[in-house]
Design a protein around this ligand. Structure first.
Ligand SMILES: N=c1c2ncn([C@@H]3O[C@H](COP(=O)(O)OP(=O)(O)OP(=O)(O)O)[C@@H](O)[C@H]3O)c2ncn1[C@@H]1O[C@H](COP(=O)(O)O)[C@@H](O)[C@H]1O
Length: 109
């Protein structure tokens, strides 16, 4: 049996734990260290995800991807950007292909 746990659930959990004063909460400890630390952690997790993608197992990559998404959720929380805003941006982009969007930005291919 699989238990469904969505990014919305993670967002709610991060919101709840970031404002808790539970000394056992990693989220509370990380959030208290502020945006520079959270941004640094997100960057580290991104690099670890890339390394896992290139040379580690599927299980390792899955774990790194989870770390990456968790730290992204903490960063968005600190900036007050709801997951719904990111979802809305992704939904907006479904109106065109990725390459059309890139061309509209005037980016080089
Ligand atoms: N999904 C996660 C999650 N993913 C990764 N991590 C933590 O992220 C940390 C990353 O490990 P690192 O070794 O890179 O970092 P570190 O050495 O502890 O920190 P630094 O010294 O680098 O600052 C680990 O402590 C992991 O436990 C997470 N911590 C929490 N969650 C979720 O948040 C919920 C609330 O957690 P708490 O806030 O700890 O109660 C949990 O129930 C989970 O749902």
């Amino acid at each position: 049996m699989t238990t469904e746990f969505t990014l919305r659930d993670l967002e709610a959990r991060v919101r709840e734990r970031a404002s808790s004063d539970d000394p056992s909460s990693y989220t509370a400890k990380l959030a208290a260290r502020g945006m520079p630390k959270v941004a640094q952690k997100l960057g580290e997790e991104a690099v670890e995800t890339v390394i896992a993608a290139l040379q580690e197992s599927d299980a390792a990559l899955t774990g790194e991807a989870a770390d990456l998404l968790y730290h992204l959720m903490v960063l968005l929380h600190l900036r007050g950007i709801p997951l719904a805003a990111v979802e809305a941006e992704l939904a907006r982009r479904t109106a065109q292909t990725g390459l059309e969007e890139k061309a509209a930005r005037g980016a080089q291919t």
